[in-house]
Design a protein around this ligand. Structure first.
Ligand code: BV8
Length: 233
């Protein structure tokens, strides 16, 4: 079974072995804080100080961790696969880039980018952000937010993602619980168009039944093994 066009979707589980918190596992982020307070436009409007603290804490953490074997295996797959390849991540960390991935879409935005809610400009961002931060473009203070897609906001580059899903003959979902839409329905979109679909996850996800195949185990182990198999086809 040779493939010509691969789409990969990753979630928080691909970064778990690097030390980044997941959201919905036992002691995940959403067990410590209500997502409505920190990952919605309403939460940001109500308490921007809390939202900045939440993202500053996560951005600082990301600066201290490294990509793991799963990130590196996906970069190797992109380099070694002769067909079309697209990696779509729900994650906002930069571990895929640091592992070498280039054909990459951050559908939920990125920690290392800031968005001015006043002028709409986006800028690279490394340090903390606060209500005193001025926009590098328009200079306004009090309107800066992380360039991250919150609940109720439209994820990025959806047209490009759906085009790739429709053309894919292999869809690989890695480290995601399948709780969040529209990412959770990508498997159906790919399958409807004839792609073979596989889930590589620590445990069965909410959308486990939508997949043709599943390999359960830690991403740092199962992803390199699966990539080795793919590259030998
Ligand atoms: C949208 C911010 C449409 C970034 C996130 C009612 C009203 C409005 C909307 C909705 C609604 N009902 C449904 C929706 C859609 C809503 C939604 O899905 N809600 C859920 C709660 C039901 N979605 C949205 O709002 C999206 N936008 O639909 O817009 C629209 C249409 C028109 C006009 C406007 C809009 C926006 C969704 C994005 C929200 N932002 N976070 C951030 O702070 O990081 S979502 C959040 O969940 C993260 O982005 C995260 O990436 C995402 C998914 O979580 P996972 O990555 O899957 O992580 P999780 O912890 O859940 O699971 C980890 C998995 O890994 C587990 O399965 C675990 O077993 C596994 N694992 C753990 N360790 C390992 C491992 N696997 C392998 N190896 C390991 N070592």
């Amino acid at each position: 079974m040779r493939f010509t066009s691969i789409v990969v979707l990753t979630g928080a589980g691909v970064s778990a072995e690097s030390g980044i918190d997941t959201f919905r596992t036992k002691d995940g982020l959403w067990s410590k804080i209500d997502y409505r307070d920190v990952a919605t436009p309403e939460g940001y409007a109500a308490n921007p100080v809390l939202v900045h603290e939440f993202y500053n804490m996560r951005r600082r953490k990301i600066a201290t961790v490294e990509p793991n074997d799963a990130h590196r295996a996906l970069a190797r797959l992109e380099r070694g696969f002769r067909g079309d390849f697209l990696l779509v991540t729900q994650n906002v960390d930069d571990l895929h880039e640091r592992a070498g991935s280039k054909k990459l879409i951050h559908m939920h935005g990125e920690h290392r980018k800031a968005l001015c809610a006043r002028c709409g400009s986006r800028s690279p961002w490394e340090g903390d952000m606060s209500v005193e931060t001025a926009c590098p473009s328009c200079g306004a203070v009090g309107h800066m937010r992380p360039d991250i897609v919150w609940f109720g906001e439209m994820p990025y580059q959806m047209d490009r993602i759906y085009d790739a899903l429709r053309l894919s003959d292999l869809f690989i979902s890695i480290g995601t619980s399948g709780n969040v839409y529209p990412a959770a329905q990508f498997v159906q979109e790919a399958g409807r168009n004839g792609a073979h679909t596989i889930e590589l996850n620590l445990e069965p996800s909410e959308t486990f039944d939508d997949f043709d195949e599943a390999i359960h185990g830690p991403a740092g182990k199962v992803v390199p093994e699966y990539v080795d198999w793919l590259l030998k086809l």
